[in-house]
Ligand binder design. Structure first.
Ligand code: SF4
Length: 439
């Protein structure tokens, strides 16, 4: 049973809006949870995070090289004071502005001076600016900026109805906030109610669980309670209806006659899928969101790239450079191709991988680097897929993550860390066997 760890909830921050849209429990845990219960970000999210930071740095350097930056000091009152002093001085651009109160907090990418006016209590009017490394804008990002604008209103006592977003490839976009009034006020109200409540919403297995910080505690609870959400395709609304029929978990669901499921609104193909998923759960196989073709893994050849300096290269914003390729041969052995680095150019003999086998990668770091290498060396590959994407889209299990070592640990009930390249090849094959059992 998930319980509050903190007696007094944390203040509402911008991220609570996207948390709430993803899963209300996530927002609640960010108010009341024990920070030590949070698990690390999976590698692909860490990579995205670094990408975001690098992009923010690039934008600061390109657009605002001489702007004033509020230092990220621990003393919150001092940090806010520095921000407000800069606003009173009418500094044109203020980076990393900090505004907080007992119940709320916000770190603003940049504050832009709009004009000098006596209407504002600081004598100047500022607008919120946000930098996003995504190519498109999401509603959650706009709601977050709306929240910052509300915090700003408390300081300058003057509402400004727009936000300046800088997104990747799209340049600057001015968004009118009144187009989002309804969503913002509804979610803000829901968040405030959540913050008042010591009882958490129920965990529910959703796509985002795989990358959520709180999956360490939620997955355990979902497995122990044989939660109904472990069956793919059962929405929260349907789960509520099933509860009124006395169905509280997937074991209860297995006893419901088809006729009753039909009367509850399930279509024949959905009933079939539910039955298949229950059988999978009973036999320790992974339920799938959609059926997979029987031949999906035929002639597959697991291919793994070795990156000895991956973490450092990512942190420095450099492209990851592989040094070796490990691949399965048709004799069920693992062979190696060396990659030679000559200045910036990488060379490798990829001909052993051009025999029509279906190359299987795990994650875009491997596949991206492999295809770059292929292009630079004059090879074309058409027969391949990324098993990470397939697991993400098709497999519905309460795993603490879909990083290869984590997933292997879930499948084999053991712990793995720092797999070698050869172990990665075997681990990917193990994942293929595991999924094949559900086809
Ligand atoms: S792990 Fe899943 S259920 Fe738990 S808070 Fe995160 S998204 Fe919600």
């Amino acid at each position: 049973m998930i319980k509050p760890y903190l007696y007094f909830p944390k203040p509402t921050a911008g991220h609570h809006f996207s948390d709430y849209l993803t899963c209300p429990l996530r927002a609640w845990l960010h108010y009341y949870g024990n920070p030590k219960d949070q698990v690390d970000d999976p590698a692909y999210l860490k990579a995205l995070f670094h990408e975001g930071l690098n992009y923010e740095r690039e934008i600061y350097a390109e657009y605002y090289p001489d702007a004033f930056k509020v230092p990220a000091i621990k003393d919150k009152a001092k940090r806010e004071e520095i921000t407000i002093d800069a606003m009173r001085d009418g500094i044109p651009i203020i980076l990393q502005g900090y505004l907080y109160g007992e119940d709320n907090v916000g770190v603003l990418d940049f504050l832009e001076l709009i004009c000098e006016t006596q209407k504002s209590s600081t004598g100047f009017l500022y607008r919120v600016g946000e930098i996003k490394s995504s190519a498109r804008l999401y509603t959650s990002q706009i709601l977050q900026a709306y929240w910052y604008t509300e915090l700003l209103l408390k300081v300058q006592n003057c509402k400004i109805n727009e936000v300046n977003f800088i997104t990747k490839g799209q340049g600057q976009q001015i968004i009118q906030l009144d187009n989002f009034d309804n969503e913002f006020f509804l979610i803000k109200q829901a968040l405030f109610a959540l913050r008042e409540s010591h009882s958490p919403p129920e965990p529910y297995l959703v796509q985002n669980c795989k990358s959520c910080h709180w999956r360490g505690i939620c997955m355990k609870e979902l497995i122990e309670s044989k939660h109904i959400s472990l069956i793919p395709g059962i929405s929260k609304t349907r789960a509520k209806i099933l509860k009124t029929l006395g169905v509280h978990n997937w074991k209860d669901l297995s006893k419901v006659p088809n006729k009753l499921l039909k009367e509850t609104g399930f279509l024949p193909y959905e009933i079939k899928q539910i039955q298949h998923s229950i059988k999978c759960l009973e036999n320790n196989k992974p339920p799938l969101h959609y059926p997979l073709k029987n031949d999906v893994f035929n002639r597959s050849c697991v291919t793994v790239l070795e990156f000895p300096h991956l973490a450092a290269q990512r942190e420095a914003g450099l492209l990851p450079t592989p040094t070796k390729i490990y691949y399965e041969t048709d004799r069920n052995k693992i062979a190696v191709i060396n990659i030679i680095k000559d200045g910036e150019k990488l060379t490798a003999d990829l001909s052993p991988l051009t025999n029509g086998q279906k190359l299987v990668f795990y994650g875009s770091t491997d596949s991206g680097a492999f295809f770059r290498l292929g292009r630079e060396n004059g090879y074309k590959f058409r027969n391949y897929f990324d098993l990470f994407d397939l697991v993400d889209k098709f497999v519905h299990v309460p795993t603490p993550g879909i990083e290869l070592d984590v997933l292997l640990g879930y499948i084999t009930n053991a712990h793995y860390d720092n797999l070698t390249s050869e172990e990665r090849v075997r681990a990917i094959r193990e994942v293929i066997h595991w999924i094949s059992r559900s086809i």
